[in-house]
Design a protein around this ligand. Structure first.
Ligand code: SF4
Length: 111
């Protein structure tokens, strides 16, 4: 069961991808009806890179850092992160952040 703070946080971020995507090329394509998933930089990447487990100390693993390189210039990074937060994705690198990093992001926003 989610805490009240987490529910508030989820509601706060449950917005349209167009409200978070800042890349002009991505905005044009989203407005034209293209789903953000079609614009991912990681389309074609090995999924294993993105779904390696977190380390106990929260520091990104070498594999996660490799995944993050794909995210660095991804034009839909914000939409990807939003999707992961709204859907409580508990595994994987999304929006350039590991699960551990996303949990800390949530804590910062509800503080
Ligand atoms: S931010 Fe990273 S994981 Fe998300 S779509 Fe872009 S490349 Fe893929």
């Amino acid at each position: 069961m989610l805490s009240d703070e987490k529910i508030l946080f989820k509601e706060a971020i449950a917005i349209d991808p167009l409200e978070v995507v800042i890349d002009p090329e991505a905005r044009d394509q989203l407005e034209a009806g293209v789903g953000w998933q079609k614009l991912r930089a990681c389309n074609g990447a090995d999924p294993e890179l993105f779904f390696s487990p977190d380390q106990k100390d929260g520091r990104p693993t070498a594999t996660q850092r490799e995944a993050m390189k794909w995210c660095a210039d991804c034009i839909v990074k914000q939409a990807c992160l939003q999707f992961a937060l709204v859907n409580d994705e508990v595994a994987g690198v999304w929006g350039g952040l590991t699960t551990f990093q996303r949990r800390n992001l949530g804590r910062r926003h509800v503080a």
